[in-house]
Write a protein that binds this ligand. Structure first.
Ligand SMILES: *[C@@H]1O[C@H](CO)[C@@H](O)[C@H](O)[C@H]1NC(C)=O
Ligand SMILES: *[C@@H]1O[C@H](CO)[C@@H](O)[C@H](O)[C@H]1NC(C)=O
Ligand SMILES: *[C@@H]1O[C@H](CO)[C@@H](O)[C@H](O)[C@H]1NC(C)=O
Ligand SMILES: *[C@@H]1O[C@H](CO)[C@@H](O)[C@H](O)[C@H]1NC(C)=O
Ligand SMILES: *[C@@H]1O[C@H](CO)[C@@H](O)[C@H](O)[C@H]1NC(C)=O
Ligand SMILES: *[C@@H]1O[C@H](CO)[C@@H](O)[C@H](O)[C@H]1NC(C)=O
Ligand SMILES: *[C@@H]1O[C@H](CO)[C@@H](O)[C@H](O)[C@H]1NC(C)=O
Ligand SMILES: *[C@@H]1O[C@H](CO)[C@@H](O)[C@H](O)[C@H]1NC(C)=O
Ligand SMILES: *[C@@H]1O[C@H](CO)[C@@H](O)[C@H](O)[C@H]1NC(C)=O
Ligand SMILES: *[C@@H]1O[C@H](CO)[C@@H](O)[C@H](O)[C@H]1NC(C)=O
Ligand SMILES: *[C@@H]1O[C@H](CO)[C@@H](O)[C@H](O)[C@H]1NC(C)=O
Length: 485
């Protein structure tokens, strides 16, 4: 049961309309999904994890593919990298929560903490690292210094984050000054319980400023540091890392000492021979799979499109990199023929367990799922193209029973109930009474999306509900007893 609210968002391009849901039981305003292009062929299992900006405010939300809300954080600012993972053998949720925006036209980086919740939504860890960063003179010096772009828990139970450091560099190789200012791109590995820094890597110590594809365009002063590298993804690979730079169009494999083992660059291949239709630029979320000493599969969200300088269509690209012959071969080149999209920034490509590929379009409020042959199996949009964004969007399996109790709100004639984050509610028992201590079970109803509405008797003064948990037959969780308002 939800009401759709229209939010008018004034833009330079005109007026965009964004529709969100609203509820009686919670203040949340999740997006309304417009699901199209369903082919009827199988989609992967799982829920959709997104961090939609600019609806009523930023929140992290879990939705079903058909658009029912499952869980929402409170709307308290900026969230990114909202996903599930495993920590010490236990399924957990992780997300970045801080200040900043992943869009380089707005701020391009951020400062925050990484929170880890268990499958009752109880916080296990909040990692607010002091990374010894330097800040521009007039800027706020943030206490929690993990950047917006990457936060990933490793198999060894550590946390990897990106960071942006305001520092000096010689910019003469790109016609800047010798005492110029840049944002360095940093990698940190952090011990989760102690927040001790186990590993760090600095781009400027390994990659010269003239590797950038971003024009200096007057930047590089202390007031306007040059974002020459723009680190946006890190993947732990063996005892080293894959580090992706949007602004050098390059992904770097570094070893455990931080030395670059190889580079894969988007205009000439770097250490690899690039096929003619394999060019990429301004790319996001580069990941490798099936890594052997001979080769690996590498995929990316190829924005191919920064500041509309090169208006190429955004693609999902999947390569085989032969580490012996140093040849790159294209395995997949994913685009929707019915809807060319041009995402200037952000976005993600994820290989799903059933062979499908899920792509969130970052700057654009769109996600699509492709079949193993590159066929479009689903396309979802949740706002006008310029009216919302989600840094990355994922499809992930998740089962959770919240520690908090279900909520019921009763009005004359109706009761509304929800249980934020519960993934397996089979139905609801409704208890009604004229006094709070004499409640009777009056009906059992099926669950209906995030919020279920039932009619109640006119004589009812007090209501309590019990959520019936689908996985454990007979087990229920009660709300508190509320009076009819
Ligand atoms: C949903 O998307 C389709 C295809 O883009 C469009 O024709 C339709 O108008 C959209 N519906 C809503 C409610 O926005
Ligand atoms: C995000 O951080 C803010 C500020 O510390 C906090 O109030 C909020 O509860 C956090 N969000 C979640 C989902 O924990
Ligand atoms: C950040 O830059 C400052 C100024 O150059 C430097 O002193 C500091 O060590 C740097 N921090 C890191 C983590 O590289
Ligand atoms: C630097 O200036 C020289 C001379 O004007 C020009 O040829 C060169 O392309 C410039 N390099 C960059 C990176 O802008
Ligand atoms: C960068 O500058 C160095 C000299 O400082 C030069 O050797 C190198 O070829 C340049 N690289 C690029 C990509 O222009
Ligand atoms: C854009 O597409 C054109 C033509 O397909 C290609 O030549 C060019 O290299 C592409 N640019 C980028 C940045 O990928
Ligand atoms: C990789 O390249 C080597 C050397 O050319 C070749 O022998 C090998 O078959 C290639 N591997 C794959 C999987 O293509
Ligand atoms: C979204 O929010 C950011 C940060 O609050 C703001 O700078 C940006 O202009 C907003 N974008 C839209 C489309 O409203
Ligand atoms: C409600 O239940 C009580 C026993 O708990 C019973 O005495 C009473 O008659 C019931 N009322 C109705 C209206 O069924
Ligand atoms: C309950 O109240 C509504 C609105 O006041 C009224 O229309 C309806 O007839 C009432 N039902 C009963 C069974 O009294
Ligand atoms: C829930 O509340 C009802 C009515 O107060 C009560 O009969 C029932 O035993 C409670 N169930 C649980 C699981 O606590």
């Amino acid at each position: 049961m939800f009401v759709q609210r229209h939010i008018f968002c004034a833009l330079s391009l005109g007026v965009a309309i964004t529709t969100v849901s609203s509820f009686e039981t919670e203040p949340f305003a999740p997006p309304v999904f417009n699901v199209t292009e369903l082919s009827g062929l199988p989609l992967a299992s799982g829920l959709v994890f997104l961090t939609p900006l600019n609806l009523t405010a930023g929140s992290a939300v879990i939705m079903t593919g058909s658009g029912d809300l499952v869980w929402s954080s409170e709307a308290s600012g900026s969230y990114t990298n909202f996903l599930t993972t495993s920590l010490y053998g236990q399924p957990v949720l992780t997300f970045w929560n801080g200040t900043g925006n992943a869009n380089p036209l707005i701020s391009g980086h951020g400062y925050g903490k990484v929170q880890i919740l268990d499958n009752t939504y109880t916080e296990l860890y909040s990692i607010c690292p002091d990374l010894n960063l330097n800040f521009p003179p007039a800027a706020i010096r943030y206490e929690c210094q993990a950047d917006i772009h990457e936060s990933v828990v490793t198999d060894r139970g550590t946390l990897i984050v990106t960071a942006y450091n305001y520092t000096q560099a010689d910019l003469t190789s790109i016609n800047g000054t010798a005492d110029g200012w840049i944002y360095d791109g940093l990698v940190f590995e952090i011990d989760i319980p102690t927040q001790e820094i186990l590993f760090s890597w600095s781009a400027i110590e390994h990659v010269p400023v003239n590797a950038t594809k971003l024009p200096l365009a007057g930047a590089g002063s202390s007031a306007d540091p040059f974002d020459y590298f723009h680190i946006n993804s890190i993947q732990p690979v063996g005892d080293g890392f894959l580090v992706n730079s949007r602004h050098t169009w390059t992904t770097y494999k570094i070893d455990s000492k931080g030395q670059i083992e190889w580079e894969f660059e988007g205009s000439n291949g770097g250490d690899f021979e690039l096929p003619s239709d394999g060019e990429f630029s301004w790319q996001h979320r580069v990941r490798v799979e099936h890594v052997t000493p001979e080769g690996l599969v590498l995929h990316m969200f190829d924005n191919a499109n920064a500041n509309r300088i090169t208006p190429n269509q955004t693609l999902g690209l999947d390569f085989y990199l032969n580490l012996t012959s140093k040849e790159a071969t294209i395995l997949k080149r994913l685009a929707d023929p019915n809807e060319p999209l041009f995402a200037t920034s952000q976005g993600a490509y994820d290989a799903l367990p059933n062979g499908n590929v899920f792509m969130g379009y970052g700057e654009l409020p769109v996600f699509k799922e492709f079949g193993p042959e590159g066929d479009v199996r689903m396309s979802t949009q949740w706002a006008g193209l310029d009216a919302s964004s989600s840094y990355r969007t994922y499809r992930l399996d998740w089962t959770a029973q919240p520690a908090a109790s279900p909520i019921v709100v009763a009005r004359a004639g109706s009761a509304f109930m929800s249980w934020n984050g519960a993934t397996n509610i089979a139905g609801w028992e409704i208890y009604e009474g004229e006094t709070a201590d004499a409640l009777n079970l009056t009906k059992t109803v099926a669950n209906d999306g995030f919020e279920t509405k039932v009619s109640i008797s006119n004589s009812t003064q007090f209501v309590q509900v019990a959520a019936l948990w689908g996985h454990y037959h007979g087990s229920a969780r009660n709300s508190s007893v509320v009076s009819v308002s």
